[in-house]
Design a protein around this ligand. Structure first.
Ligand SMILES: O=C(O)CCC(=O)C(=O)O
Length: 267
């Protein structure tokens, strides 16, 4: 299938934009037809999964969004999207290092959810060492204008590598930790279905409320450096694994991008 953006068509300007700003808008990472197929599959799947039904920790109805973490082992459509070869290949081009999956999550902002996801960096939440280039692909599975909950970024904020974790529900916390960011330019990126933004794990970002009648459905695939080791910090994905501090995060749950084509076929 021909996509608007592939590793071959990625321009030097796009690579440089990512390096300078810590995020980049990538049109057509998947096709609109694929976005529609994945959107419907996720809507069907998520309606059947409720908090407190077995995987309660992995389905979280939060004020900011409904979050389904790491459902790729259980759902064919989510697996095909998480291991989508074009998404992984463009992520590696931007990061400039070999990557592996950290985890995925479906993020649904329900219709008329008036709650923004407030500015935060991702990396401080993760139990990672040795992962300087971790990067997220935020893929729009429906059109996401500003009014439906699109992302905004603070260009260059990925250079702040020493900030504590910032809640996604406290609009002041990032700016209290780093007051100069209060005055930094913010860039808001509405997306058409099938487009994505990639953001570096330290690039501060937020998402606007959903003031529309339709749910905002996004699928986020998070990649980490193949060298990433476990830091011991508590996290929903690693807590059940009984890892030793310093262990390489590898194995079945964290496949390298180079193995994605084979992983599409089964978990
Ligand atoms: O979609 C959202 O509301 C926020 C997403 C986010 O914070 C992320 O992908 O890291």
């Amino acid at each position: 299938m021909a996509y608007k953006t592939t590793p071959e068509t990625l321009s030097d300007a796009q690579r440089q934009f990512y390096r300078d700003n810590g995020f980049v808008h990538i049109p057509g990472i998947i096709s609109p037809e694929e976005a529609a197929e994945f959107h419907d599959a996720i809507q069907d799947f998520s309606e059947g999964v409720r908090p407190n039904e077995g995987r309660d920790l992995m389905v979280r109805d939060q004020p900011v969004f409904t979050q389904l973490v790491n459902f790729w082992p259980e759902n064919d459509a989510i697996r095909r999207l998480t291991f989508h070869p074009n998404v992984g290949a463009v992520a590696e081009e931007l990061a400039g290092v070999p990557l592996r999956l950290w985890h995925d999550h479906v993020l649904i902002k329900q219709p008329h959810n008036e709650t923004p996801t407030t500015f935060h960096q991702d990396q401080p939440f993760w139990p990672h060492d040795n992962s300087p280039q971790s990067i997220s692909a935020w893929i729009a599975l429906c059109d996401v204008p500003v009014e439906r909950g699109c992302m905004s970024f603070i260009p260059g904020s990925h250079r702040h590598t020493d900030l504590p974790a910032q809640s996604t529900r406290d609009a002041n916390i990032l700016f209290t930790a780093q007051p100069d960011l209060t005055w930094a330019t913010r860039i808001t990126v509405p997306l058409r279905a099938g487009d994505c933004t990639f953001h570096h794990s330290r690039c501060a970002h937020m998402a606007t409320p959903n003031n529309t009648d339709q749910p905002r459905v996004a699928h986020v695939v998070i990649f980490m450096d193949c060298t990433t080791t476990y830091s011991g910090k508590r996290h929903i994905v690693t807590d059940p694994l009984n890892l030793e501090i310093g262990a390489l995060l590898d194995g079945n749950l964290f496949p390298p991008v180079r193995d994605f084509a084979t992983r599409i076929k089964g978990s």
